[in-house]
Ligand binder design. Structure first.
Ligand code: ATP
Ligand code: LTN
Length: 331
C-alpha cells in the first residue's frame, strides 16, 4: 500500500504562538509515524503577501525552522524545508491559478480579513495565496494536512482544485483532508478573546510566544481579558475569555472539560489564570531551551534544511512533470 503523506506549512511572520502549537505544530510531530512520510515547510513565499523587512524575514525563516525542530519535527522521519528552496511550488502554483476561479478566491475569509487589515496593499499575491497553498499540498501527494481551524477553507479549496484537475485530466492528484484538533483548533487572543490568537498581532499581550520566558507567560495570562460574571463556566459565547483559558488548561493538563470545571469549582479567575500559566510554562520551557540550542547550531540547521529541500524536490519534480505533461506543456 502507498504510504500516506502529510504536508503542512507555517509562515515565518513571527514566533510560534501557543495557538500555532496546539492548533497545528504539535500534531505535526505526532503524525510522524511509520506508515507515513511528512513534509513540513516554512512558508516564506506566503509571508511576503504582507510587507516584510527583508533582513528580518531571513532571520525569522531560520528561527522558524529551529522552532519546528524544537517542537518535535524529526528530520529522520520528515523533510523540513524552506518553501522557496523548492521552486516547483511557484511553478505548480501558476498552473493551478489557471484552474481556479476568481469567484471561489473572493469567498476566502482570510483574504477578506487580511485585505481589511492591509488596505494600502491588497496585492494579487494575497488573493491567490490559497492557490500557492494548494500547490504546497498537491505537490507531495498529501493525504493529510494538519492545520488550525482558520485554514480549513484553504484545504477545502485545495481539494476542489485537485478534484477539478483530476476530472479534466484523469487521476493526477491525491485529494487531501484537513486534520484539525477538536480542542485547540482555534485558540483565542488573550487581549480580545473573540479574535483568534495570531503571531503577527501588534499587541504582544494578545499571544503567548514560544520564546516567552516563565515570568512573561505568567504576566500575560494574569492580564488576559475575562469578564465580570465572576464564575468559572464554559460558555464560549457569553464568556469567551474564560472559555479560552479553560480550553488551554485542558490541552496542557490532559484533563477533560468536566474535570477542569470540577477542579476550579468555587475558585476565582486569579486562580484559573495562575493554573493555566503554570501548565503552559511546564510544557513550553523545555521546548524553548531546545530551540535556543538549535538556533545556535548554524551548521546543523544548514544541513537539515539543505537535505530537507533535496528530499522534497525529488517528489515535487515528479509531480510537476506529470502535471506539465497532462496540460501539454512538458518537454
Ligand atoms: P499570521 O498572524 O502571520 O497570520 P498565524 O499565527 O495565523 O500567522 P500561520 O502561519 O498563518 O499563523 O499558521 C500556522 C498554523 O497555525 C496553521 O495551521 C494555522 O491554522 C494554525 N493556527 C494559527 N493560529 C491559530 C490559533 N489561534 N489557534 C489554532 N491554530 C492556529
Ligand atoms: N497558509 C497557512 C500556512 C501554509 C500551509 C501550507 C498550511 C502555507 N502552506 C500548506 C498547510 C498546508 C497559514 O496558516 N496561514
Amino acid at each position: 500500500m502507498e504510504k500516506k503523506n502529510v504536508l503542512s506549512g507555517i509562515q515565518p511572520s513571527g514566533v510560534i504562538t501557543l495557538g500555532n502549537y496546539v492548533g497545528a505544530v504539535r500534531n505535526w510531530s505526532l503524525l510522524q509515524q511509520e506508515d507515513r512520510f511528512c513534509y513540513y515547510c516554512v512558508a516564506n513565499l506566503h509571508a511576503i503577501t504582507v510587507r516584510q523587512d527583508p533582513t528580518e524575514l531571513k532571520r525569522r525563516t531560520r528561527a522558524m525552522a529551529a522552532m519546528l525542530l524544537a517542537c518535535g519535527v524529526d528530520p529522520k522521519r520528515s523533510a523540513l524545508f524552506i518553501q522557496s528552496d523548492v521552486p516547483e511550488h511557484s511553478q505548480l502554483s501558476w498552473v493551478l491559478n489557471c484552474y481556479t476561479y476568481m469567484g471561489e478566491l473572493s469567498r476566502m475569509t482570510q483574504f477578506k480579513d487580511k485585505s481589511a487589515k492591509n488596505e494600502d496593499n491588497i496585492n494579487a499575491g494575497l488573493f491567490t495565496y490559497p492557490v500557492l497553498m494548494a500547490a504546497d499540498i498537491l505537490l507531495y501527494r498529501s493525504s493529510f494536512v494538519p492545520v488550525g481551524h482558520d485554514q480549513k477553507q484553504h484545504v477545502e479549496i485545495a481539494r476542489d482544485i485537485a478534484i477539478r484537475f483530476n476530472n479534466a485530466f484523469g487521476e493526477t492528484f491525491v485529494v487531501p483532508e484537513p486534520l484539525i484538533p477538536n480542542l485547540g483548533g482555534r485558540v483565542m487572543s488573550l487581549a480580545e478573546p473573540t479574535k483568534k490568537m495570531s503571531k503577527s498581532d501588534p499587541n504582544p499581550n494578545a499571544f503567548i510566544a514560544f520564546t516567552d520566558d516563565q515570568k512573561t507567560i505568567m504576566k500575560k495570562f494574569k492580564r488576559a481579558v475575562t469578564d465580570s460574571e465572576g464564575c468559572i463556566a464554559y460558555n464560549p459565547q457569553t464568556q469567551p475569555g474564560v472559555a479560552n483559558l479553560l480550553s488551554i488548561f485542558c490541552i496542557f493538563t490532559g484533563k477533560t472539560m468536566d474535570e477542569a470545571l470540577a477542579y476550579f469549582e468555587g475558585q476565582g479567575y486569579g486562580h484559573l489564570k495562575t493554573a493555566v500559566a503554570e501548565a503552559v510554562i511546564e510544557t513550553l520551557t523545555p521546548l524553548r531551551l531546545e530551540y535556543e540550542r538549535y538556533l545556535a547550531d548554524e551548521v546543523y540547521m544548514e544541513t537539515i534544511l539543505r537535505e530537507g529541500a533535496k528530499q522534497a524536490r525529488t517528489l515535487a519534480q515528479k509531480t510537476l512533470s506529470l502535471v506539465y505533461d497532462k496540460v501539454g506543456i512538458g518537454i
